[in-house]
Write a protein that binds this ligand. Structure first.
Ligand code: GLU
Length: 302
């Protein structure tokens, strides 16, 4: 039997916030409740968006909140040759092609948008452009519906060619796309359980399609409800969510558990972070997680 392995994969575009804590806690409980390993991956593939010092801050945040990861931390910025290797494979299979279209020209052409932005109509598919200085897209030409069963949301499906179109795997400025990096890393790290925010439900269909093209295994997926701020906007670094407060980790962990529908006794809030995590692992209940796509919890966004 494959050993169960999960991961927490924050992007160092800022410190962790309450929404990241909820995602990290859920992935931790999901594997630790089954004696699995929990890996930490810093998703710094988009190097221009990396905020100086954020990676170290994330490691400190996790320590203060009592999390212990297994093995060494992996950094996507150190794995570019792996991403290129699999991109070359797709190019050799003629699943990818170079594209010269910018977002602006597509907008000017009136290209429609789907849940993940512009639906690329495949303008450059047959142009045989040079690979240099162009973005590289994955041809989704014959992709029909991609379906998967999420552990929280149940059956989820997306028609890739109709709703997303050919998506970018490497940008014209040579940055590998998150989609390629995450799929390669999940495969090479033998991840069996992907637990992350519900904003990535659609993205999972892209990842499954890419796994199929690369002959990779598809892990089990579990998406968890997002945390919104009082204005109904998802907490994120981009929307200026507050960093986790090191003064009171227990209170925030307790609130994260409540957001996940777990029902700790109120006294647990007075326990230390390690004790709260142990309770969370011992009492982890997937069926209690609310299935709304997003929910307003106590967000520490006063
Ligand atoms: N790096 C992504 C984030 O910080 C998470 C991606 C994933 O878990 O697959 O939102």
């Amino acid at each position: 039997m494959t050993p169960l392995t999960g991961r927490f994969a924050p992007s160092p575009s800022g410190p962790l916030h309450f929404g990241s804590l909820v995602a990290g806690l859920a992935s931790y409980c999901q594997v630790k409740s089954q004696q699995g390993s929990w890996l930490l991956r810093i998703e710094d593939v988009d190097t221009p968006r990396v905020v100086a010092g954020a990676s170290d801050q994330i490691l400190r945040d996790l320590e203060v909140f009592g999390f212990e990861w297994d093995g060494t931390v992996s950094y996507q910025s150190k794995r570019f040759e792996k991403y290129q290797h699999y991109l070359d494979k797709l190019l050799n299979q003629e699943d990818c092609y170079a594209c010269e279209c910018s977002r602006r020209t597509l907008r000017e052409q009136g290209v429609p948008s789907g849940p993940l932005g512009q639906i690329y109509p495949g303008n450059c598919r047959l142009k045989q452009l040079a690979l240099e200085n162009h973005s590289i897209r994955l041809n989704t030409g014959n992709a029909q519906w991609i379906k998967f069963v999420d552990r929280v949301y149940g059956e989820f499906a997306l028609n890739l060619s109709e709703s997303v179109g050919d998506f970018v795997l490497k940008r014209a400025d040579n940055i590998y796309a998150y989609h390629l990096a995450v799929v390669v890393d999940d495969e090479l790290q033998n991840i069996t359980e992907v637990v992350r925010g519900a904003d990535l439900l659609e993205n999972t269909c892209l990842h499954i399609y890419l796994q199929q093209k690369l002959g990779f295994k598809t892990p089990d997926y579990m998406h968890i409800p997002l945390v919104n701020n009082a204005q109904g906007v998802k907490l994120s670094k981009q929307t200026g969510a507050n960093a986790l407060d090191h003064q009171n980790p227990s209170r925030q962990l307790f609130a994260a558990l409540s957001h996940l529908g777990q029902s700790p006794q109120p006294e647990l809030e007075n326990a230390g972070p390690q004790e709260i995590l142990q309770w969370a692992v011992d009492n982890w209940s997937i069926v209690s997680i609310p299935v709304e796509r997003a929910a307003i919890a106590e967000t520490f966004e006063n």
